[in-house]
Design a protein around this ligand. Sequence first.
Ligand code: AMP
Length: 422
Amino acid sequence: MIKRLRGTYDVLPQDAIKWQYVEDVFSVILERYGYREIRTPVIEETSLFTRSIGETTDIVTKEMYTFLDQKGRSITLRPEGTASVVRAFLEGSISPDALTKLYYWGDMFRYDRPQKGRYREFCQVGVEAIGSAIPALDAEVISLAMCLLETLGLKDLKLNLNSVGCVDCRRVYYEKLKDYFNSSTVVTMGKLCPTCQKRLEKNPMRIFDCKEENCQRTIEKAPTIAESLCSNCTLAFENLKKYLSLLDIPFVLNTRLVRGLDYYTRTAFEITYEKMGSPQQNALAAGGRYDNLIQELGGPPTPAIGFAMGMERILLAMEIAKVNIPTGKKVEIYFVSLGEVAFQEAFKIIDRLRRKGFYVYATTSGRSLKSQLREADRLCVGYTLILGGDELSRRVVMLRDMENSTQREIPLKDLEDELAKL
Ligand code: AMP
């Protein structure tokens, strides 16, 4: 038997209800904050991701699903959503003057080591607010992320906040990092792993992503970006903190938070749910500013900020928090028909009822009353309609309330009106 691929999963019907619930709640809130949906392809030119996410990142060096198409072009399954949204924003000539607020849902692909809350194909919902650099927007975006999660009933969320500065701050910081990692203190702690040695040359901040024990130890004492921030970045960060306080959103400063993608500038944040376990898997949402990305991808200088949330982790967190998922009340009916003639009549009525908005289950003809009722029980429907030859000759149908096992006859001509009253 063929099995699903490692790192992928199926959403079975009983779980699909949970997904739909989160999607419904989120769509309403996202629209309320002024975001409009955008859908982009799952496949893109590989260079879109290498250029935006960064050549030295784990995603680009180890985790992308890349292949050559029939004409030898390098194609990649998207590992994240921002690069594609920015490409679509530029390609669709969406006005860069006004603030553009976009949101997306979609499957992302990363060849990561699968574990609980970490998959190779996973679903992210994300937002991008393009066209403004004001820190109040950062606070609004963070507030939206908190609102989405809190509306689901998740509490005790932790907002981790940092500023990773701009190109100027980073130039200063890289020098400090290089000095530190080349210093005798670090050398005596043991060598960095071969990947980090390369990172030290090209992009020392990426060393923070390393999971090797030895590298982790050296990172602990490394200088933080905070002391290297330029005056503009410092001011922007102070303003962001002020606006978050105005919205009563508590945060924890985390100067080690650098995020695994190169395009971030200034604000970087992560929302964690610590009951979910290890720091590697407890981030529900992550995002930040990317003020240079749009220009790097060929557009005009345009500041922007966004975040992405992992749907699987949100659902896991809801399970841990024992969130009750309301099941919208809908009248579900099982239509039992007895004999070919009644089946043909039922066949017509069922189609009409479905078109009128009723949820109707039925099976093909030729099954006994007992077996059809057993199936109605299994499907947990609220009501059954029973149509046999006798009922049909009198132009009535039997309506059975499955919960209290009562039944009454309804004239066929009144069926829709009577069902509408249930
Ligand atoms: P990132 O795109 O890496 O900034 O991640 C944003 C969010 O997506 C994380 O906070 C997680 O909730 C989720 N996420 C990232 N990678 C995975 C993965 N491999 N499996 C499941 N969820 C993920």
